[in-house]
Design a binder for this molecule. Structure first.
Ligand code: GLY
Length: 370
């Protein structure tokens, strides 16, 4: 059961292969890319015990030698010191221009290694082996790479497309339920932003997918990746349509900042809460029907996800302070907040034309319901 989404960017095209057993088969998948039978793998401390040995065996079955670097797990790894460590290690390993680096892990490893590959010897090829749902459906595809700065998340980086993505569905079996659901926040976002039929499919199949249905997981990852690939193809460097992928993210980034980027709110949880708020805002602006936000909230609740601000533990700043945090968003242009709103489920669009007072009242109401 292997699905392939091709990303046909001119001169930098690649496949995203989705299915079970891909880590164990990595040698056969990667061999055609190699100029010599040697690769460098960068991973992190939670993922290494689960998948590194399988990868080593999969590579060695094709006579490919592997050297590996294990970074500490967690978002704080996406920073200059670990980045420097990674780049210098790759140089010490004598990784050459024609070699391939493998990122084995979630979004943190994928983003950091992709950025290292973008700048090492002015750019070498890299393969993403995403092991989390969030990385499989979002961060491993599309070429956004980078690290965080003290001033904000993902502020340092480069666009650098992978040469291949191997999304091994079996890796999802070892994910904690909360992390899996956080990744699901990004999956359901695709339905909400551009494919009402996919949203309806998720309403029907979401619970089975959460409980381990492999065929449903493959289908959900395939459709998410296909939609992302289509958008990236239209707008690789986010001059327009790619911003649609940020549905829910303007609210999410403010909530993540308000909760100190801690595990009080995982990224995909913030995306889900943010999407619910974006649909509520769209309804208040009479862009979509009142039923749409209710349907979004009903599905998120059924999946056991965070939906409301009251689902976030601990104190939150008041509405004005949250609005100020939204002003730090990367999508702000000339001080104007940009929102992704919707005319219905599957019909998102980008706009700056949102009265601040409406957003403020929305946040006040959401906080009052806590
Ligand atoms: N995660 C949003 C994007 O890749 O554009």
């Amino acid at each position: 059961m292997l699905e392939v989404v091709h990303v046909p960017l001119e001169g930098r095209e690649y496949d995203v292969r989705i299915g079970p057993g891909l880590i164990a088969r990595a040698g056969a998948e990667i061999a055609p890319l190699l100029a010599r039978p040697r690769v460098a793998v960068v991973t992190e401390s939670n993922v290494a015990p689960l998948h590194l040995e399988t990868l080593r065996q999969g590579l060695s079955a094709q006579g490919i030698e592997m050297v590996a670097l294990e970074l500490p797990a967690g978002e704080s790894t996406k920073a200059w010191p670990e980045f420097t460590c990674c780049v210098e290690w790759l140089l010490e390993q004598k990784i050459e221009r024609r070699d391939v680096v493998i990122a084995l892990g979630g979004g943190v490893v994928g983003d950091l290694v992709g950025f290292a590959a973008a700048v090492l010897r002015r750019g070498i090829r890299f393969v993403q082996i995403p092991t989390s749902l969030l990385a499989q459906v979002d961060s491993s595809v599309g070429g956004k790479t980078g690290i965080n700065a003290p001033q904000g998340k993902n502020l340092i980086g480069a666009f650098h497309q992978p040469a291949l993505v191997l999304a091994d569905i079996d890796a999802l079996n070892t994910m904690p339920r909360r992390d899996f659901l956080s990744g699901y926040g990004e999956v359901v976002k695709y339905g909400m932003l551009g494919d009402a039929e996919f949203f309806a499919w998720l309403e029907k199949n979401g619970p089975a997918l959460l409980n381990g249905d492999q065929a449903a997981r493959i289908e959900a990852v395939r459709r998410s990746v296909q939609m992302k690939a289509d958008i990236v193809l239209r707008d690789e460097t986010e001059q327009g349509d790619r911003a649609l992928l940020n549905l829910g993210h303007t609210f999410c980034h403010a909530l993540e900042a308000a909760t100190g980027f801690s595990d009080r709110l995982l990224h995909g949880e913030g995306v889900a809460v943010g999407c619910a708020l974006a649909f509520e805002l769209s309804s208040r602006l009479a862009l979509c029907s009142q039923e749409d936000p209710s349907r979004v909230r009903a599905h998120l609740s059924e999946m056991g996800m965070k939906v409301d601000l009251s689902d976030i533990e601990g104190d939150l700043p008041d509405a004005k302070a949250l609005l100020a945090l939204m002003g730090q968003d990367k999508k702000v242009i000339d001080g104007q907040l940009r929102f992704i709103l919707a005319r219905g489920i599957g019909e998102a669009f980008v706009t700056s034309d949102v009265p601040k007072e409406t957003v403020l009242t929305l946040l006040q109401d959401a906080l009052a319901a806590r």
